[in-house]
Design a protein around this ligand. Structure first.
Ligand SMILES: NC(=O)c1ccc[n+]([C@@H]2O[C@H](COP(=O)([O-])OP(=O)(O)OC[C@H]3O[C@@H](n4cnc5c(N)ncnc54)[C@H](O)[C@@H]3O)[C@@H](O)[C@H]2O)c1
Ligand SMILES: [Fe+2]
Length: 369
C-alpha cells in the first residue's frame, strides 16, 4: 500500500526562468523576492527583479539558513503586505522562503514554534515560486525546509504540506555559473536523496523509479560537467536528476547520511552536499547487504556490479570536486568522534534500512583518517 502526492507545478527547460515575472502574476500582485547576497549581483536575478517592478527584495539568506533569517523575512512579508513569494537560489534561499511563506499567515511570530516536534503548519501559506540555481537539493519539490538554529547549535528540518512550492521553474542555464566544488557537492546531495529515498524504510514504487533514474543520470553526467562546465546539455541532466531525486525522497524521507550531515554542518561548517558526501560511501556499503536484490537492481541500472564499485565512484567524485574525504580534510579532531557520533542520532536515523549503532558510526569515522 502506498500514496504518492506532489502538488507542485513543474516547468523545466533551458530559459524557463525568463518566464518568472509572467508566472508570478498567476499567484499574486505583490511578491517578495528571496535570494542570497551573491546571487542578487547576477544578471539573471537582476533581470527577473526588473521585470517584476517595484517589489520588496530579501537578499539576506546565507548558506545553511537560520531561524532568524526566516523570522526577518516573515516580518518583511507582513509589513509589505506581500501575497506571494519568489525564491531564487540554492536550497538555502528556497528553504528560508518556504518556511516564511508558511509562517507568515499564521499567528506565530517565530519559526522556532514549528521546529521538529513543535507546532504543525496549517494548510494556509503564501504561494511560492521556486527557481533553483543549484542542481542539488530538490527543495523546489519537497515539503521540507532545513533550518539552522545557531543559539541551540542544531540544524533540523521543518515539514508539512504547506511547504510545497506552488510552482517550480527549473532552468539548467542558471547552474552554468556554479563552481566545481558546489557542482559536485550539490550533485552528491542529490545522489544522497536518490539513494536514501530508495533505501528508506518508507520507500515506495513511484519514488523508487525517480530514485533509480536520478542516480543513473548523476553517475553518468557529473564527470562530464566537471570536464566541460559550459556543457548545457550535461548541466540539464544534473538539474533533471536533482529534481527527480527531490521527488524520490520527499515522501520516504532521508536516512543515516542526512542524520549524520546535521552535526557535520553545524559543528564543522561543511557545506550540506559535502556533509552528505562525507558518509555516503560508508552508507552504500553498510546498507547494500540489507537491501539484497533491490540494491543489485539499483547498482545495475547505474552501471555497477557491486556496492564497492559504486562507493569507489563516489569517492572519485569527491576527489574531483575537492570535497573533504578525511577527518583532517574536514577539520575534525579524532578525539571529537564520540561527540559527533552522539549528535548524529537524529530521528531520520530510524528510516535507515539497517539499524545503525554508535559502534558502527565510531567505526565509520575511525576509518576516515
Ligand atoms: N528542502 C529540502 O528538501 C532540502 C534538501 C536538501 C538540502 N536542503 C538544504 O539546502 C541547503 C543547501 O542548499 P544548496 O546545496 O543548494 O546550496 P546553497 O543554497 O547554500 O548555496 C551554496 C553556495 O552556492 C552559491 N550559489 C548558488 N547558486 C549559484 C550559481 N548558480 N552560481 C554560483 N554560485 C551559486 C550560493 O551563493 C552559496 O554560496 C542546506 O541548508 C540544506 O540543508 C534542503
Ligand atoms: Fe540533502
Amino acid at each position: 500500500m502506498w500514496t504518492f502526492t506532489l502538488p507542485t507545478k513543474i516547468q523545466f527547460g533551458v530559459g524557463v526562468s525568463r518566464d518568472c515575472a509572467q508566472v508570478a502574476r498567476e499567484y499574486g500582485s505583490r511578491p517578495v523576492v528571496v535570494t542570497g547576497k551573491t546571487l542578487i549581483g547576477t544578471d539573471r536575478v537582476r533581470e527577473i527583479i526588473a521585470e517584476l517592478g517595484d517589489v520588496p527584495v530579501f537578499a539576506e539568506v546565507t548558506p545553511n539558513p537560520t531561524v532568524q533569517q526566516v523570522d526577518a523575512l516573515t516580518r518583511l512579508i507582513r509589513e509589505e503586505h506581500c501575497d506571494s513569494v519568489i525564491a531564487i537560489g540554492g536550497g538555502s534561499p528556497l528553504d528560508c522562503a518556504k518556511a516564511a511563506s508558511a509562517l507568515a499567515p499564521s499567528s506565530e511570530s517565530g519559526i522556532r514554534a514549528f521546529l521538529t516536534g513543535g507546532r504543525q503548519f496549517g494548510r494556509e501559506r503564501l504561494p511560492l515560486i521556486a527557481v533553483p540555481t543549484t542542481s542539488g537539493t530538490g527543495s523546489e519539490v519537497t515539503p521540507i525546509a532545513v533550518l539552522d538554529d545557531p543559539d541551540a547549535g542544531t540544524k533540523a528540518p521543518v515539514a508539512g504540506p504547506a511547504l510545497y512550492p506552488a510552482h517550480a521553474l527549473v532552468d539548467p542555464e542558471l547552474t552554468l555559473s556554479l563552481p566545481r566544488f558546489t557542482t559536485v557537492a550539490t550533485a552528491l546531495d542529490a545522489l544522497s536523496h536518490a539513494l536514501e529515498g530508495y533505501w528508506s524504510k518508507n520507500h515506495q514504487p513511484i519514488c523508487d523509479l525517480a530514485a533509480i533514474e536520478a542516480a543513473r543520470r548523476i553517475f553518468a553526467n557529473l564527470e562530464r560537467v566537471c570536464e566541460a562546465p559550459d556543457n548545457l546539455e550535461a548541466r540539464a541532466e544534473l538539474s533533471y536528476a536533482a529534481l527527480l531525486a527531490g521527488m524520490a525522497f520527499q515522501l520516504p524521507k532521508n536516512a543515516m547520511v542526512h542524520a549524520c550531515s546535521f552535526p557535520l554542518s553545524t559543528r564543522y561548517h561543511l557545506a550540506h552536499g559535502a556533509a552528505c558526501a562525507f558518509t555516503l560511501e560508508f552508507a552504500v556499503q553498510f546498507n547494500a547487504p540489507a537491501l539484497g536484490e533491490r540494491f543489485s537492481d539499483l547498482a545495475r541500472a547505474c552501471g555497477f556490479s557491486s556496492a564497492t564499485e559504486m562507493a569507489a565512484r563516489i569517492h572519485a567524485f569527491k576527489r574531483l570536486g575537492g570535497l573533504p574525504c578525511t577527518l583532517a580534510d574536514a577539520g575534525i579532531p579524532a578525539d571529537a568522534i564520540p561527540d559527533l557520533v552522539q549528535a548524529s542520532f537524529h530521528p531520520l536515523m530510524n528510516n535507515n534500512p539497517r539499524e545503525v549503532t554508535k559502534e558502527d558510526l565510531g567505526r565509520m569515522y575511525g576509518g576516515l583518517t
